[in-house]
Structures are given as structure tokens and as C-alpha cells.
Design a protein around this ligand. Sequence first.
Ligand SMILES: NC(=O)c1ccc[n+]([C@@H]2O[C@H](COP(=O)([O-])OP(=O)(O)OC[C@H]3O[C@@H](n4cnc5c(N)ncnc54)[C@H](OP(=O)(O)O)[C@@H]3O)[C@@H](O)[C@H]2O)c1
Length: 278
Amino acid sequence: MRTSNAEKKMELTSLLLYITIFFSALLVLILFSDGDLTLMLVERFGKRLSSVKGQVYWIVGASSGIGEYLAYELVANGAKVVLSGRRENELQKVQAQCLIIGKKAGLSETDILLLPVDVTKLELHQQYFDAVLKHFGTLDVLVNNAGRSQRAEWMNIDIRVDKDLFEGNVFGLLNLSRTVIPHFLAKKKGQIAVTSSVCGKVGAPCSASYNATKHALHGYFETLRAELTCRGILVTMLCPGPVFSDLLSACATDTYGQVQFRTQLAYCVCNLFSFLYV
Ligand SMILES: NC(=O)c1ccc[n+]([C@@H]2O[C@H](COP(=O)([O-])OP(=O)(O)OC[C@H]3O[C@@H](n4cnc5c(N)ncnc54)[C@H](OP(=O)(O)O)[C@@H]3O)[C@@H](O)[C@H]2O)c1
């Protein structure tokens, strides 16, 4: 049966109508959403937070900021956690708070392990991981969250500063992940999460070495994802924008060994201006 011209016109009009409705809905979503769309969809339709219950998470960089608050969210949902970083006194405060929050989810003291770690001490990585396995017998997720920021102009940066930032922000996390992966491969399951940054996606001014370390993390860990997803290992790259934290309480400059202290407000303003240039 042949379709008449009028019917063809109707079909075309309906198609155009559907396309217009789809893109209008998308536009409304984009205009009124306050975050990354993929993330929002995963939050709405992805795994429930309760799925972390009973899993063992090792947060490296848990003594403040993003890592600290991730720990609270995890224990509130019944996950067991290993809290790591260099500042033991800060870790103790986080551990105490985790216990208060975690008790409501049925956790006890033994479910929250405090393990001081310096990621730049590569020779100690196996020892750190052995301590995790000794305590929990297993590990499900390694959260590579440790990081140090920087404020400096590109052309003034001493090359030793670049190397220094790569030691902690990249090689430390890389080597720790390599230490843990054989365990994940043996149980055909595991997840590596890496806190990169928006600065791992675009080059923002005034922190070239920091930006480069975050870009390097994508190079290493996206390759790992390509190699190991088929063997049950998940690799998740987290790319936050500016977040209030201790990140700039001690950040690198252009001079080797120098640390600059800035207020959080200054940091925010600095970031805002930085992104205007991008
Ligand atoms: N704040 C932001 O706007 C922002 C935006 C995008 C991405 N990020 C990233 O998010 C992550 C967390 O930063 P944050 O903002 O939450 O700042 P933060 O409060 O300063 O947290 C940084 C964490 O890294 C740990 N760390 C640093 N060097 C370490 C080392 N050598 N060994 C072990 N742990 C080390 C710190 O612990 P100790 O000092 O106790 O060692 C601390 O727990 C970083 O990777 C950062 O680059 C932050």
C-alpha cells in the first residue's frame, strides 16, 4: 500500500515534534540542573548507596576535605573504612566521627581502621597494604584521593617543583594502585577510584604542575581501565570543581621547598578568575 503525501507529511511532522520535545526537555534539564548530567542520572538511576554496606574502602587522603566527608558518607551506609593520610591527629578526629556516624549503620570500632600513610614513601606501600589485609582480610575499593595543590606562574616554576608534585600526586597513587591490583585480580573484582579534578580535563592558569599531575592521572588510569575492565576491575575518575577544603592550607608555589598559605576565600576567588580565562 502506498502512503499518500498527506500521510508522509504527518509522519514528518510527528518526528519533528518528538525531536523538538526531546531537545527541549534536555535543554530544561541542562538549564535547571546544578551538576554534571551523567552524575545526576547515575545518582538517580544507578546503584543505591546502600550497596556499599559491608564493603572495605581504603581512603588515602582521609584526614580532611573530600576524603574526610567521603568517609562519613560511606560509614553512614555501612561500609568499613581504612582512613589514611600523614596527619595522625586529624585522622583520629575523623575516626572518632566515623564511629559516631557508623554506629547507626551497625558498625563497630574494628570496622574503622586508622592507618597513617605517606604516599611518597613508595618502599612502604606493600607494608601499608599488608596492614589493611591483616585487619580486614580483603579490600574492595581503593580511593586514591591524596593530593597537593599549587599556585604559581607557568614560566617561573622550578623543575624540581614539577617533580615534587608528580611524586605525591601521581607516582605515589600509581605505585599504591599497582600494589593493590594483584589482590583485585586474584578475586576477579575490585575498584580503583582516583580523585582527579576539573584541572585534569582543562589547563587552568596559575597551577601548571598541579594541572599536569591531574592530566597524568587520566593517562595512567584510563589505560588501566582499558586493560582491566574485562577482568572485573573498575576504574573511576572523579573530577570535582572547586570544593572548600584544606587543599590550599599548604600548597606548592614556583619555588622548590616553599609552601604558600592561602585562605579558602582567596582560593575560591582565584579559581573563579582562573576559569574565566579558559
Ligand atoms: N578542593 C578542591 O577544590 C579540589 C578540586 C578538585 C580536586 N581536588 C582533589 O581532591 C583531593 C582531596 O583534596 P581536598 O580538596 O579534600 O584537600 P585536603 O583537605 O587538603 O585533602 C588532601 C588529602 O590528601 C592527603 N595527602 C596529601 N599528601 C599526602 C601524602 N604524601 N601522603 C598521604 N596523604 C596525603 C592529605 O592528608 P595529610 O595532609 O594528612 O597527609 C589530605 O587528607 C586532592 O587530590 C585534590 O587535588 C580538590
